[in-house]
Structures are given as C-alpha cells and as structure tokens.
Write a protein of this length. Sequence first.
Length: 477
Amino acid sequence: MTRFGDHLYVAGGRCASDGTARLTVVNPATEQPLGRAAEGTAGDVDRAVTAARAALPDWSGRPGEERAALMEALAELVTGRAEEIAALVTAENGMPLAFSARFNPQALAHQLRYFAGLARTTPVESRRTGHAGSVLVRREAAGVAGLVVPWNYPLALIGMKLGPALAAGCTVVLKPAPETPFDALLLAELASEAGLPPGVFNVVTGGAATGRALVAHPGVGKVAFTGSTAAGRAIAKACAERLVPVTLELGGKSAAVVLADADPAAVAAGLGFLGFANAGQSCYLNSRVLVPRRRYAEFTEVLRGVAEGFRLGDPTAPETTMGPLVTARQRERVAARVEEAVAEGARLVTGGRPPKEQPTGWFYEPTVLAGVTPDMAVFREEVFGPVVAVVPYDGEDEAVALANDSRYGLAGSVWTADPEHGLELARRVETGSIGVNGWAMDTVAPFGGRKDSGLGYENGPEGLDAYVRLKSVVLPG
C-alpha cells in the first residue's frame, strides 16, 4: 500500500472528497491493490477551480523570474525523490523501473527546467509600430488550466502541460488517470514543499465524469488533454461550446518506412523502442513497419528477433525489459485485435498470447504480424499494445502512400543508409513528427498530431504559447 489515501489536493493541502465513491488502484504486475483514490465530484472540481482562480492574480502577476525559480525548486525536489517516484509509477502502471525513471521523474524535471528557462527569457510585452502609432502587445496567462492526462507516461505527460502552464502564469487543476492517481498527488505535495503558493497546483482524482466536470467548468480558461481520439472529440466539443482553447494529443498509428538500403541492425535497435516501448502502450508507436517486398522476409525475421528478445517479468527487476499491460481489460482488447487480424488473413510470426511463464499479471507477449494489408483493422486502428504489423511495398511512392493511408498523423520514422534521401522522404509523410534513422521526443521541438491525432502543439516555445492570451494596447502616436 502506498502512503496515499483517498484524498484530493486543493489550495495547498490534502482534503476529503465531497463524495463517497472510490477507485481501487491495482498493481498490474501483481494484480494486488495499491490503495483507493477518490472519485472526484463536480463539487470537488468546483472547489479546486475556485482555489485556482483565487491564486491566479498573484501567480500570473509575478515576474517570470520568480515563477521560474519556484519551478526549478520543484524540479530539484523531483530529482531528489526520483527513485521513489519511479517506483511509485511502476507500481501503478507496470512500466519497468529503469524505463519509469527515465520517462517520469527525469522527464518531468527536465520539462520544468526547460519551461522555467522560457519563463525567464520570453518577453511579456513587445512594441510594434503601426499606421496609427505604437502598439503594445502583451502576453497574458490564459487563466486556470484544466489538465487531463493518461496513465501510460503519467509524469512526463503532466510535465508537458504543467511546465508551460506555470511558466505562462496559469494556475492548474489536474485530473490524473484513475489508474495512476498517486504520482500526481505526490507531485502536488512536492509543489507545496517547493514553495508554490496555495491554489497554484491542485489535483482532483477520478474517472471520466470528473474529467468532464473539469472541462465543462466555466472557471477553466484553457484545457489540455492526452488520450484517445474518441475522448478528445468529446472534449473538443465541450470546449467549443464555451469557446475555450484546447490542446489535444490523441491516438496514433505511425509508420516506420524501411528503405531498401537500410541496415537491419539499425532497424532492429531502433524498432525495439519505437515498435514496443512501454509494452506498446505509447501514442508514438511505429506499429506499422513498411519494408521493400524484396527484403520482406528478411525484415520480418529481424522483427521476430526484436520481439523475442524482450524479457517479460517483474517490472522492478533490473533484467526486465517489458512489463504488463495496465489492466486486464487492456490485455483483452489487445488479444482481440490480434485474433481479428489473424481471422482477416494476417500471419502470426511470434507472440500473440499471454506468456505461460507469467501466470500472474496482465502480461502479453510482444507480437509480430506479417501478411498485413491496408484493408485490415490492425493496419488502420490503434492497438495500444506490443503488436507490430509488417507490410510490404513496391517502390518508395507506394511506401509514402501506405504511410499516409491512415486517419492518424502523430509520429513516424524513415530508415536508410542515406540520411539526406531519408529527409526528402520524411517531408512527404503526413505527420506531426518524424525521425530519420530514429526518433525521440525533444522538449525543444513542437509535438502535435495531424488528422485524428490531435490539435495544437506541446513542447518548445509553441507549447508555451498554448497557455497565453494576447492583448493589444494601442498607443496613438
């Protein structure tokens, strides 16, 4: 059991929920309960938004230097508690411990420091000369930011939103995923310890109803969400009703385009991460691997080796390289997708079942499917599990067409011995982010999807701009 109970964090301290409903948080590797979290009510959300609105004038009115110093103090506390934080996330979502350390406390601290730097260096006001005289353009906080994050990379995704929100002068109400509430509550306590004023960062735990109450609250001036495309559409509609700006980072079905001159060893090393990271529970996953038909058998075997090279098991053990899926329901969904693909004519190369040697925990073997065609659901729909589809192509024009034959456009990669040619091809892929001979999310680079993969951008100066409103003050000559 964690030391966290079924409380919320509002106005700088723990508080009880108005309601009696509770969520049981379960360790997906052991299937044992970690604790219970409150199912936040509309009243709880209102209390948190009220606290955030009360804190907004002071926080947004502070110089960027002051906000930056407090953000950096929080980053230091996160770094100092990194082992504890990584272990907590591993217990919540099953991510291997070393992976959790990299993609939770380390990523969060880095994001806080990066956006603290922007808070220091981004001018609040600038002057322009127009036909009527001088115009003063002010950057002002968008207001209370309502943040809704998923369970797969909980603290990294909090950092992508919390960092720019605080830097811009927004106060925050965070609704974490019901599977991973405790890391968010710990972060709120660290924020108070770092000196963030009461009400600047509030956490209300709960499920979908809690998130809907937050998004619809009239006191929220900016919404940011990471999650499924279906949920993102519903949030976009709710924000449209109130004309509130929203950033959406949604699903993906990205393609790795392997060119004829690609090095198999490089592809194997890269797609070990891009094809299967976090047991495939990653929005940026390159789950469609497009390979030249004449090298199809070769690269299918390369991917078999990648999949069979993972070591499944206790996510706290250093030798484990893949943990479980987050819930039993998630494993059922993944298994159903694989069964559907085989029924439609795909060939199961490896995997495709829970491992017999792991009877406890929601594990699923890394899976490679061959013979996949564009009319199959596994080519078109996000699986959100460790499943890669290998698809042949004849000529690079067809490869680009296959890569673009998707309602998603989030990430992708191109693999080639000629990086300049890879860049030319990458420019033709309809996606928000793509790499040549690799891919990594970088805090300085805007990250956002096209088509059904989202709206707006996170990271980089563009991520900060998402939490800013502009005001023009006309000063006649």
